[in-house]
Design a protein around this ligand. Structure first.
Ligand SMILES: [Zn+2]
Length: 447
């Protein structure tokens, strides 16, 4: 961390002191578990096409601390196209589990992949640091929704080939924006600067404030602000902006973000998955947000991993909130059509996404406790642009499909920007469940 200004240096020293105190304080949490404080990040490669997916491990790296919840090693969610499991080597006891999506899965449903063209994508998984040898397993979700073991590797935490904790790069600068509490009891969001030159550092700081201020004006984030930590990490790009290939615009930027991902012009994403995790690891993080210095409309997300959004378009804060819904809480898009990937929601299979269902039995719908009294299922559209009250039912259409899949309310920020009530009730519930996952502490008595 380069002390470029005395204020920045003081901010970093203060942050380091808080972190050191927290690391000492939470050391006792690990006494009787299979983990100690710290993490190991596996930098993996996925290679293949529609019917083939090979995984290989490029490198492993220690991280300084485990910022996720040590009271929730086994995720209660059934999210993800993939999931990582950590098994004790001795008796194969399950110690850790978490699901996640990858860009590879989206690629695998595109026409080139269906035609058999192979591509390589980076993916990253992070596990808590085991005290003894373990087996790391990657499961892949089969078309029918069931998990199948896909790849595994033994991992000995004493392996000298595991790279040491990332040194703080002198070209990076940390911006402490909002502190809710200890990382392991909070949702830790780290914002990475992309397409900001050295001279645009203050612009990044202002954009970070603009985006997060909007976030905390929106339910259910505003009610939970004290459970969030917000940190920015500034690294200068050589050029300002981002790639817009369909306009022949190419910029030399830190993460090489680009519009036109998978042939969708507004889809702004990156393939440097290992690098964003390396840079994010200088701060405690549960979820990575890449802020792109561009006035264009666009964004993207890989759920349970990271999201990307521009900062200079008139509706950029809303795009950020939408993309964070995907990335952090595994929310699905609720709109119809408008994408190039196919078959993400196979017929007859209940989606794991908290805001979509194929279920029409009111006693089994995911958001059954919120259904409006005597509502018809499926629920007809009111087509009222300014409804005075919320109707919670099962409205047909969502997940890019017009038929056979249902959402909880007519409008939602995961579908359209003009939703009068913001997120629908299913999305609110999904975000609240994720906040609880990251913040649950037995001592606080919440569960
Ligand atoms: Zn929704």
């Amino acid at each position: 961390m380069r002390p470029k200004t005395s204020a920045a240096w003081k901010s970093w020293c203060g942050f380091a002191l808080v972190m050191a105190t927290l690391i000492l304080k939470i050391g006792s949490v690990y006494g009787e578990t299979d983990f100690e404080n710290g993490a190991i990040r596996l930098e993996l490669l996925q290679t293949g096409h529609a019917t083939q997916c090979d995984i290989s491990c490029k490198s492993m790296v220690f991280e300084r601390l485990w910022p996720e919840n040590p009271n929730r090693y086994i995720s209660p969610f059934d999210y993800g196209d993939f999931q990582v499991r950590v098994l004790r080597a001795d008796d194969k006891k399950l110690l850790y589990k978490k699901g996640f999506d990858t860009l590879f899965t989206e690629y695998a449903s595109t026409q080139p992949a269906l035609d058999g063209t192979s591509a390589v994508f980076e993916m990253t998984v992070r596990i808590p640091k085991p005290k003894s040898p373990v087996i790391v397993v990657i499961d892949k979700r089969a078309k029918g929704g069931a998990w199948r073991e896909h790849w595994s590797t033994p991992l000995n935490p004493a392996d000298p080939n595991i790279q040491p904790v990332e040194k703080l790069n002198s070209n990076l600068e940390m911006v402490q924006h909002h502190t809710g509490g200890p990382p392991q009891q909070c949702v830790d969001l780290v914002f990475l600067a992309e397409g900001y030159t050295e001279k645009e550092k203050n612009k990044f700081v202002n954009d970070l404030a603009k985006m997060t201020n909007k976030l905390f004006e929106a339910s259910p984030y505003k009610e939970n602000k004290a459970k969030f930590n917000i940190v920015g990490v500034f690294g200068a790009s050589n050029e300002s902006g981002t790639d817009i290939p369909h306009r022949n615009v190419h910029r030399d930027t830190l993460f090489n973000t680009s519009f036109n991902t998978l042939g969708i012009q507004r889809y702004l994403l990156l393939e440097s998955n290992h690098l964003i995790h390396r840079i994010a690891s200088v701060a405690p993080y549960d979820h990575i947000i890449v802020l792109v210095n561009s006035t264009q409309y666009g964004g993207g997300s890989i759920r349970m991993d990271f999201c990307v959004t521009t900062t200079g378009y008139s509706t950029s804060p809303f795009v950020f909130i939408h993309e964070l819904g995907h990335g952090l809480a595994y929310l699905a898009d609720e709109y119809i059509g408008n994408v190039t990937y196919n078959g993400l929601y196979p017929e007859g299979i209940e989606p794991p996404d908290p805001n979509l269902t194929r279920e029409l039995d009111a006693t089994k719908i995911k958001w059954k406790s919120f259904l409006t009294d005597n509502v018809s299922i499926p629920t007809p559209l009111s087509n009222n642009p300014n409804p005075s009250r919320r109707i919670v039912g099962a409205f047909e259409g969502g997940g890019y499909l017009s038929k056979g899949i249902y959402r909880s309310e007519e409008k939602c920020w995961m579908g359209q920007g003009d939703s009068p009530f913001g997120f629908c009730i299913a999305c609110e519930q999904g975000i609240n469940d994720m906040i609880e996952y990251y913040t649950f502490t037995p001592a606080a008595g919440n569960h």
